[in-house]
Write a protein that binds this ligand. Structure first.
Ligand SMILES: NC(=O)c1ccc[n+]([C@@H]2O[C@H](COP(=O)([O-])OP(=O)(O)OC[C@H]3O[C@@H](n4cnc5c(N)ncnc54)[C@H](OP(=O)(O)O)[C@@H]3O)[C@@H](O)[C@H]2O)c1
Length: 243
C-alpha cells in the first residue's frame, strides 16, 4: 500500500534524493521549502510510480506550519525533518552581542525548533508502523558553534520523541550525515582546501552523496527497523565514530 511521506526541505540536496527514493517506491510524497522554484523543479523532475506534491512552508514559522497541516492528508506514515542548514552562512557579519544572540537563535530555529514544531503539529496524524526521521549532523559531535549545538539538541529532543511515540508503534531516529556533496548546504563558501580536509577525514576517502543518506532513511522507515528508535545513525564514511 502506498505510504504518505513528508520530506521537509525536499526541493534540493538530500531532501530531494529522499523524496525521489520514496516516489520511486510508489509512495505519495510531499516536499516543502521556502522557495517555490526548486520545489517545482524537483516535483516536475521526479518520476513515479508514486507522486510528488510541492508545498511552500517556512518551518521556522508556526503559522506557516499550521497552513501546511491544513493541506496535508489525515494520515502521515513517514515524516523526514530534513529542512535546515547552517544559518551562519547567511549572517550579515555584525559582531555585536545582539547580533550574536540573533544569529545563534537563527540556527536553533532552523535546525531544532523547526523539527520540533513541525512534529508537534502533525503528531496526531502519524500512523502506527510509521517513522519520524531527523536529519542531524556530524557537527553535533564535533562542534560547529550554534549549528552544532542545534543539531546536538535535535538528537536530545529525539530521545524524548521516541518515548512519546513508541507506544503508538512509531519510531523516531536521527540520521547524522558527515560531509555530503551535491547539496546547497555550503552555498559558495566551501573552499577546495576545506573540502579536501573533509574528505581526508573519512575512512572511505570520498565525500558522501545524497544517496548515502537516502539508504539510511529508507531503512529506518522500513518494516525491518521497527525496534530501532531513539538512536543516532551516523552516515559519515568513518569521519567520526561513536566507538
Ligand atoms: N550537506 C552536508 O554536508 C550536510 C552535512 C550534515 C548535515 N546536513 C543537514 O542536511 C539537511 C539537508 O541539507 P542539504 O545538505 O541537503 O542542503 P540543502 O541543499 O541546502 O537543503 C536544505 C533544504 O532545506 C530547505 N530549508 C532550509 N530552511 C528551511 C526552512 N526554514 N523552512 C523550509 N525549508 C527550509 C531549503 O530550501 P529553501 O531555502 O527553499 O527553504 C533546502 O531545500 C540539513 O538539515 C543540513 O543541516 C548537511
Amino acid at each position: 500500500m502506498p505510504r504518505t511521506i513528508l520530506v521537509t526541505g525536499g526541493g534540493t540536496g538530500m531532501g530531494r534524493a529522499i523524496a525521489a527514493h520514496f516516489a520511486a517506491a510508489g509512495d505519495h510524497v510531499v516536499i516543502t521549502g521556502r522557495r517555490p522554484g526548486p520545489l517545482k523543479d524537483t516535483a516536475d523532475a521526479i518520476a513515479g510510480p508514486g507522486t510528488v506534491r510541492a508545498l511552500v512552508c517556512d518551518h521556522t514559522d508556526p503559522a506557516a506550519i499550521l497552513r501546511l497541516a491544513a493541506e496535508l492528508p489525515d494520515r502521515i506514515d513517514v515524516l523526514v525533518n530534513n529542512a535546515g542548514g547552517n544559518t551562519d552562512f547567511d549572517a550579515d557579519g555584525a559582531t555585536d552581542l545582539a547580533a550574536y544572540a540573533r544569529d545563534f537563535r537563527a540556527n536553533l530555529d532552523a535546525n531544532l525548533v523547526s523539527a520540533a514544531v513541525t512534529t508537534r503539529a502533525l503528531a496526531d496524524r502519524l500512523a502506527a508502523g510509521g517513522a519520524v526521521i531527523q536529519i542531524g549532523s556530524i557537527a553535533a559531535d564535533q562542534g560547529a558553534g550554534a549549528y552544532g549545538a542545534a543539531k546536538a539538541g535535535l538528537a536530545s529532543w529525539n530521545v524524548d520523541l521516541a518515548r512519546e511515540l513508541g507506544p503508538r508503534g512509531i519510531t523516531a531516529n536521527v540520521v547524522s550525515p558527515g560531509y555530503i556533496a551535491d547539496t546547497e548546504f555550503f552555498r559558495d563558501k566551501l573552499s577546495d582546501e576545506r573540502r579536501e580536509r573533509l574528505v581526508a577525514a573519512t575512512a572511505t576517502g570520498r565525500a558522501g552523496a545524497p544517496a548515502d543518506i537516502t539508504g539510511a532513511v529508507a531503512f529506518l522507515a522500513s518494516p525491518a527497523a521497527r525496534h530501532l528508535t531513539g538512536q543516532v545513525l551516523n552516515v559519515n564514511g568513518g569521519a567520526h565514530s561513536t566507538r
